[in-house]
Write a protein that binds this ligand. Structure first.
Ligand SMILES: Nc1ncnc2c1ncn2[C@@H]1O[C@H](COP(=O)(O)OP(=O)(O)OP(=O)(O)O)[C@@H](O)[C@H]1O
Length: 244
């Protein structure tokens, strides 16, 4: 039986002046699936994430979360509907403690908890993502990977229907990268629905059920990860033509 569709992107386009950063792309993400949104630099992946999370409005097209059309909603309403994300460059709320950063995800997100229940939930998530630091310390005391872990815990805090990870593994050393891949694999195994932008091929291969490939704003391939990565059009988009 087909899994239900959680996220549906339909004919999505975003222009910046004369540049078409996202050009009429469509794809679905099904429940419990990990889908990779991949492609060379500048192909429109982050813009697509920004459109889904509401950081940017589309020029045209629609995005559906279950049976709600979210593509004209403000970002906070989209978060409330069940879309949570991490950013390519980690964004902490620097005036808040580590624990408060995680709690913020639940307060502004899909599943709202309060008081001691929220406190307990946030502490459990910090453990879940492997942050051993004092939860009441400022975020400035965290290493880079721990900041990434806290940002992930914040995104998970609202128990989102779909989690958007924008190059969550970028900038990690080889040991951290392995830990990061295992952490995302654990999230997949617990049944999360994830759309991830990633350049690390090992991560894409081990984590993604399917991939959508973008090049110059357009979707050039979609399908099972191994099939997509051996698609001639995808190899050409990444490596260029032989005669170039
Ligand atoms: N706010 C903006 N204003 C103008 N142009 C933009 C804006 N955001 C993105 N672009 C342009 O849109 C195109 C797609 O950028 P985007 O960041 O979505 O690509 P990407 O696939 O995520 O790249 P990378 O892998 O390098 O992060 C690029 O040409 C970029 O310069």
């Amino acid at each position: 039986m087909n899994k239900p569709t959680v996220l549906e992107v339909r004919n999505l386009t975003r222009r910046f002046g004369g540049l078409v950063a996202v050009n009429n792309i469509s794809f679905d993400v099904h429940e419990h699936e990990v889908v990779g949104l991949i492609g060379p630099n500048g192909s429109g992946k982050t813009t697509t994430m920004n459109l889904i999370s509401g950081a940017l409005p589309p020029s045209s097209g629609e995005i559906w979360l279950g049976d709600t059309c979210i593509s004209r909603l403000p970002a906070r309403r989209i978060a409330r509907s069940g879309v949570a994300r991490t950013f390519q460059l980690v964004r902490m709320l620097p005036s808040l403690s580590i624990l408060e950063n995680v709690k913020a995800g639940a307060v502004f997100g899909h599943q709202q908890l309060w008081g001691s229940e929220l406190d307990h939930h946030a502490r459990r998530l910090l453990e879940r993502v492997g942050v051993m630091h004092d939860p009441d310390a400022p975020t400035s005391s965290l290493t880079y990977i721990d900041q990434k872990r806290v940002e992930l815990a914040r995104a998970l805090a609202s128990n989102p229907r779909v989690l958007l990870l924008d190059e969550w593994l970028a900038g990690l050393n080889p040991t951290e990268l392995q830990q990061g891949i295992e952490l995302i694999a654990d999230l997949r195994d617990e049944g999360r629905t994830i759309l991830l932008v990633e350049h690390v091929m090992d991560a894409i291969r081990s984590l993604c059920d399917r991939c959508v490939v973008m090049s110059s704003g357009s979707k050039i391939s979609e399908g099972g990860t191994e099939d997509v990565l051996s698609d001639a059009a995808v190899i050409e988009a990444y490596l260029g033509k032989d005669d170039e």
